[in-house]
Design a protein around this ligand. Structure first.
Ligand SMILES: C[S@@+](CC[C@H](N)C(=O)[O-])C[C@H]1O[C@@H](n2cnc3c(N)ncnc32)[C@H](O)[C@@H]1O
Ligand code: SF4
Length: 446
C-alpha cells in the first residue's frame, strides 16, 4: 500500500529551510579528504564475496542547464574509445588488489551519458569487465540511457551485451519546461525506445523525472505524469531539482526562467504521488516509485532496502567499486573517489597507480551513524540501542512536536509528513554537519 503524502505548509518549509545533504553516503562527500597511505589497497583486499561496480561515463552531447552530474560536453563519440581503454586499465589496477575469484553481482553504467559511447566501445567495456570479474547468475546489469542518443540498433546491441535494466532520462515531457533547461526531447523518442525494448524482452525500465524546474505547473506536470504512466515504466525516480549554482554555474541559466517556490514544489510532489499512486505505483523510500512485483518493493517490505551512490538498491552489503573519473567506491570500511579531471585521472592510471583523489576511512561511530541514516532514508524507521544517541534524541524534539517523527521507547519512526523532511531528520544523526555549519551549502531539502 502506498502511504499518502501530505502537502506541507509554507511555514514548515520556511522553518526547516536549513539545507541538508541527500545522504547517498555517510559521511558525505564534502567530508572526504586525503587518505592515509595504503588505506585503499588494504580496504580493497579486506573482503571476499560478490562485488558491485559503478562505471562513470562523463560524456554528453549537450549540456542540460539543470545538470548536477560530473559531465564533459563533446561533439564526437570517438573520445570514448580511449576512455574505455583507461577504465579497463583502472579495473586491472583494482583487480590486482582484490582477493582472487570475485564476481560481479551488480554493474551500473552512469554518467554523463553512457550511451554516448560507440556501441563497439560499450561492448568492449562490458566484455572487458566480465573477463576480469565474471557476472553472478543473478547479476543486476543496468545502464542510464539518454533517449536522444540511441536508436533501435543501439538498443539491440545493449540487449546483446546483457543489460537487463534501462534507466531513461526523461525529466519532463512539457516542451516549455524542456526548452528552458536546454533539453529538446519529444515524448516520441522515449516512447519508441520503450517499444523497442518491450519487443525484445521483459526488461526493467526506469524513468528519471524531475520536479522544481522552470515553467512546471500542476497542470503541465499532470499531463507529463499521464504520459509517463501510459508508458508504464516499472520504476520511476522523481528527483527534486537540486539547485547548486555555486557548484554548477550553468544552473544560473535555469534561474533566469524562474524556479518554482517551496509551496509549488510541494504541490508538484504531492500531485506526483497522487497520480502515480492512482496508476498502481507504490512509493519506495524518499523519491522512488515502482509497480507491484518490483524487487525494490520486496526489499522495502522485508526491511532490506539499501541506498548508495546509485540510488536505492536491493543488493545489501556488497563492496562497491567505482571506475572512471569522479566515481566513488565504498569497500572495506573506506570511501574512495577517483580524480575528477580526466587528464589527471588518465595520467595516474597510465602510470600504474590507483587514480584516487580523496576519500574517508570510517570509524565505528561513522559506521553506526551511517546505518541509522540509511535505515531512516530507506525504511523510515530505526531502532536505537537503549540510551544510545541521547543528544540526537534531544535534537529530535522539535521534529516530534511538528509531527515529523514518533519516538516510541527506542524506535524512531518517520511519519508521512516527516518524509518531506527526511534529510532534516537524518541530519540530526550527522556528527559532521554541525561542525560544518555555514562552511558548506546544500540544495533545498523540500
Ligand atoms: C546522469 S543523468 C541521466 C542519464 C542521461 N545523461 C540523461 O540525461 O538522459 C541522471 C539523472 O540525474 C538527474 N539529475 C541531473 N541533474 C540533477 C539536479 N540538478 N537535480 C536533481 N536531479 C538531477 C536527472 O533526472 C538525470 O536523469
Ligand atoms: S542530464 Fe544527462 S544528458 Fe543532460 S547534461 Fe546531465 S548527464 Fe548530460
Amino acid at each position: 500500500m502506498s502511504t499518502p503524502v501530505l502537502e506541507v505548509s509554507e511555514e514548515l518549509v520556511a522553518r526547516y529551510r536549513t539545507r541538508a545533504p541527500r545522504y547517498t553516503s555517510y559521511p558525505t562527500a564534502p567530508q572526504f579528504g586525503p587518505l592515509p597511505e595504503g588505506a585503499v589497497a588494504a580496504a580493497l583486499g579486506r573482503n571476499d564475496g560478490p562485488l558491485s561496480a559503478y562505471v562513470h561515463i562523463p560524456f554528453c552531447k549537450s549540456l542540460c542547464h539543470y545538470c548536477g552530474c560530473h559531465v564533459e560536453i563533446h561533439a564526437r563519440r570517438s573520445v570514448g574509445a580511449g576512455y574505455v581503454d583507461t577504465v579497463l586499465a583502472e579495473a586491472d589496477l583494482v583487480a590486482a588488489r582484490l582477493q582472487p575469484g570475485r564476481q560481479l553481482d551488480q554493474l551500473a553504467l552512469g554518467g554523463g551519458t553512457p550511451t554516448f559511447l560507440e556501441p563497439d566501445d560499450m561492448a568492449r567495456l562490458v566484455d572487458g569487465l566480465r573477463a576480469r570479474w565474471p557476472f553472478t547468475p543473478t547479476a543486476d546489469i543496468s545502464i542510464e540511457v539518454d533517449p536522444r542518443t540511441i536508436d533501435a540498433a543501439y538498443l539491440d546491441r545493449l540487449v546483446d551485451i546483457g543489460f537487463g535494466r534501462y534507466s531513461f532520462g526523461v525529466q519532463d515531457f512539457d516542451a516549455a519546461v524542456l526548452e528552458a533547461v536546454h533539453r529538446a526531447q519529444p515524448a516520441d523518442l522515449t516512447l519508441s525506445a520503450v517499444r523497442t525494448l518491450r519487443e525484445r524482452g521483459n526488461f526493467d525500465l526506469n524513468f528519471d523525472l524531475m520536479y522544481g524546474l522552470p515553467h512546471q505547473t500542476p497542470e503541465s506536470f499532470r499531463t507529463t505524469l499521464d504520459v509517463v504512466v501510459a508508458m508504464r515504466p516499472t520504476r520511476i525516480a522523481l528527483f527534486l531539482y537540486a539547485h547548486v549554482p555555486w557548484m554548477k554555474p550553468a544552473q544560473k541559466l535555469v534561474e533566469k526562467h524562474g524556479i518554482p517556490d517551496a509551496a509549488l514544489r510541494s504541490r508538484l510532489f504531492v500531485l506526483a504521488n497522487e497520480v502515480l499512486g492512482a496508476a498502481g505505483y507504490e512509493t519506495i523510500g524518499m523519491d522512488h516509485f515502482a509497480l507491484p512485483g518490483d524487487a525494490l518493493l520486496a526489499a522495502q517490505a522485508s526491511g532490506t532496502l539499501q541506498r548508495n551512490f546509485m540510488g536505492y538498491t536491493t543488493r545489501a552489503g556488497l563492496d562497491q567499486i567505482g571506475l572512471g573519473v569522479s566515481a566513488i567506491g565504498s569497500f572495506g570500511g573506506v570511501y574512495a573517489q577517483d580524480l575528477k579531471d580526466r587528464e589527471a585521472w588518465t595520467a595516474r592510471v597510465t602510470a600504474g597507480e590507483l587514480p584516487i583523489e580523496r576519500g574517508f576511512v570510517l570509524s565505528a561511530d561513522d559506521t553506526r551513524r551511517r546505518s541509522v541514516i540509511m535505515e531512516l532514508f530507506c525504511n523510515f524507521q530505526v531502532v536505537l540501542a537503549p540510551g544510545e544517541f541521547p543528544d540526537e534524541r534531544a535534537r529530535l524534539a522539535p521534529m516530534l512536536a511538528d509531527g515529523f517523527v514518533v519516538l516510541d521507547a527506542d524506535t524512531v519512526t518517520v511519519t508521512p509528513l516527516g518524509r518531506h523532511f527526511i534529510r532534516n531528520v537524518c541530519a540530526v544523526f550527522d556528527r559532521y554537519l554541525e561542525a560544518d555549519a555555514g562552511a558548506r551549502r546544500y540544495s533545498h531539502t523540500a
